[in-house]
Design a protein around this ligand. Structure first.
Ligand code: G3P
Length: 217
């Protein structure tokens, strides 16, 4: 399973990159706003800075909701860096744009996916990634991880090549459950990635080893 970091925070991206387990980055307008990036040129420069840190794919989301606008933005985004994946919302105009971009060989990430039906459409349109938001489903009493399993099964049956990118991950259990469900990618906040490190027996075991090591000196 690939690990993407779901943030626009350069410090967090650098920290995950330094850990040596990072495969890419996903962003969205809310995450860009959270780090105070605004204005066309600043947004472009921020994506450039992200691409300089990471080696893998960097999802950059379009703000338009009409076909022509999405394609215009996609054209600009892909000139930033070859790592850029154009993130497009799961709406009718978005699906049409994904079809077009995919036919042009441009990588896309279909976002705001909350059902297997939407995931089928994204794959049929040729999206490189589909992003089901599992945390937001859990928030409204639907099982987000169950949706990941369902999409993985369906894509397996038909051999769809679209990668299942589990998004809106809130904690380490989400990552583990998505791995069990066969998600190709988990995009997570830094805290969820570093949370995987933690186990009290590791801490107490290390403390004991270090204490005993003192006796050897
Ligand atoms: O990748 C999508 C993600 O940024 C949404 O997460 O926590 O706002 O539901 P959240």
């Amino acid at each position: 399973m690939k690990f993407f970091i779901d943030t626009a925070d350069l410090k967090d991206i650098q920290e995950a990159q330094n850990l040596g387990v990072l495969d890419g980055v996903t962003t969205n307008p809310s995450l860009m706003a959270k780090v105070g990036v605004s204005g066309k040129e600043n947004i472009r420069n921020h994506y450039k800075a992200i691409c300089e840190i990471v080696e893998g794919d960097v999802s950059a989301e379009v703000l338009s909701t009409d076909y022509d606008g999405i394609l215009r933005e996609a054209d600009e985004l892909v000139t930033i860096d070859e790592k850029i994946v154009v993130k497009v919302p799961m709406i009718k105009e978005g699906v049409k744009a994904i079809r077009y971009l995919s036919d042009q060989g441009i990588s896309t990430n279909c976002t705001l996916v909350f059902s297997a039906g939407q995931a089928i459409l994204a794959a049929k349109a040729g999206a490189s990634y589909v992003s089901p938001f599992i945390g937001r489903l859990d928030d409204i009493c639907f099982d987000g991880v169950e949706l990941i399993s369902q999409i993985v099964d369906i894509y397996g049956i038909f051999g769809f090549e679209t990668e299942v990118l589990a998004a809106s991950i809130r904690n380490t259990m989400h990552i583990i459950k998505c791995a069990e469900a066969g998600a190709d990618v988990a995009t997570c906040p830094l805290s969820a990635i570093t949370g995987l490190l933690k186990h009290p027996l590791t801490d107490s075991g290390l403390a004991k080893f270090l204490e005993d090591a003192k006796k050897m000196q």
